[in-house]
Design a protein around this ligand. Sequence first.
Ligand code: BJW
Ligand code: ZN
Length: 242
Amino acid sequence: MASCASKICEVKARLATTGSVTVLTGAGISADSGVPTFRGADGLWRNFKAEDLATPEAFARDPRLVWEWYNWRRELIATKHPNPAHYTLAEMERRFPRFWLITQNVDGLHRAAGSRKLSEIHGDIWKVRCTRCGAVTENRDVPIPILPSCAGCGGLLRPHIVWFGETLAAEDLARSFAALQQCEVLLIIGTSGIVYPAASFAPVAKQAGAFIVEINLDATPNSSLVDVSLRGRASEVVPELL
Ligand code: BJW
Ligand code: ZN
């Protein structure tokens, strides 16, 4: 079996000869910054039920509870900083002429690291959306006063996050699929690969002929279709690729 070091050489060689890179990230890339993941031993879904907190039904039933949970998360994320993996992806954006970053993360750490060519497909914890007029605004209050209301129309504000059962923004999906179909190399970093539609992204890129690299602590459903699997911490492995 090839050693991990030689696998990294193989990926570096690929990256040295391509101009077109797409990246898909998940909670694992921010785990090394201290942001909890969702699944696994220390994941958020161990102590909180997704259906009580991350669905439109939960918000309709008890908006106060949902906002309390988001206030706790905003408070936690506000103290966190990008790690070397986030910074390496921001550098890749400058190096590769065709680059797109698709993140499922809502923590804003990619932007904080300098990434601009990105789709935050599950939303942004630092934005709120009016349930009445639909206005989306940035809001960095920690804590946010519960229950928050829209400055324009007085309607109830909700987190600008895609919850289970909600569709992703059409523009984000179109941009993501275009980037997956056009890339020569796809890096998949720190995602369990079980939440749709992102769970379908690797097969789309594979079908289009991309060379796919997975960076994760553990095996995932994507592991069987990728070309190279690098097992390790994102903050240590990703910087080695440039
Ligand atoms: C490291 C590491 C380190 C750790 N270094 N690695 C059946 C079939 C198909 C679809 C569905 C179905 N039933 C329901 C659905 C639809 C549903 C879905 O996919 N459910 C699945 C659970 C089955 N999807 C949706 O509802 C989506 N909308 C949609 O599909 O619309 C159309 C539709 C609607 C209804 C029915 C059918 C179709 C919307 C999904 C929105 C997801 N939102 C969330 C939460 C938001 C709350 C919030 O953040 O405030 O987004 S769920 C949660 O999971 C969050 C994440 O972005 C997302 C993905 O998680 P991620 O990033 O992969 O994290 P983890 O924790 O799962 O994994 C971390 C990984 O990192 C692990 O692999 C570790 O090993 C690794 N790791 N440390 C490297 N240091
Ligand atoms: Zn409003």
